[in-house]
Design a protein around this ligand. Structure first.
Ligand SMILES: [Zn+2]
Length: 156
């Protein structure tokens, strides 16, 4: 789990250029929510109640996220359910993509759950290795927004 700020900053850098020609509000916020959803729905619970890990980790799997998002979008108006589902799912996909590069001590990349508990991923960095870079991610997002603002202001 890269931290939640890293997840959202990564999603913003990916998504924001697509919003320049056509605004995708409020779906952009749903993409960001999707990037943190797997951790928000699993980590607090199995940290507070370690005995629940085997059941709660379900929310940190692609199958668990697809089922959760499928239920979650039922709370949206029918006209925007498809967009909400696509953006939440894309966000969760970005989450699992970044998680794949982290060294998992307890196992978290159960991509083929419930078929197997095999822990997939590339194991390139520890969870805490990205924490010092948070100011850099925030600075990059801010610089990107300033650049977009200046570009829009100078456009005839
Ligand atoms: Zn995660």
């Amino acid at each position: 789990m890269p931290d939640l700020i890293t997840h959202v900053a990564f999603a913003h850098v990916i998504k924001r250029p697509f919003d320049l020609k056509k605004s995708h509000t409020p779906f952009r916020a749903l993409l960001y929510l999707g990037t943190i959803l797997p951790d928000v729905l699993s980590r607090p619970f199995y940290i507070l109640f370690p005995n629940t890990y085997d059941r709660i980790v379900f929310f940190h799997t692609p199958v668990g996220m697809l089922l959760t998002i499928s239920l979650l979008v039922l709370f949206f108006e029918p006209a925007i359910r498809k967009g909400a589902f696509i953006n939440l799912t894309a966000g969760a996909g970005l989450h699992f993509l970044l998680d794949a590069f982290q060294i998992q001590t307890s196992g978290n990349n159960y991509w083929l759950f419930p078929l197997t508990y095999t822990n997939f991923g590339y194991g390139l960095f520890q969870a805490g290795d990205l924490i010092p870079f948070i100011p850099l991610w925030i600075g990059l997002v801010a610089a990107m927004e300033v650049g977009i603002y200046i570009g829009a202001k100078n456009r005839p």
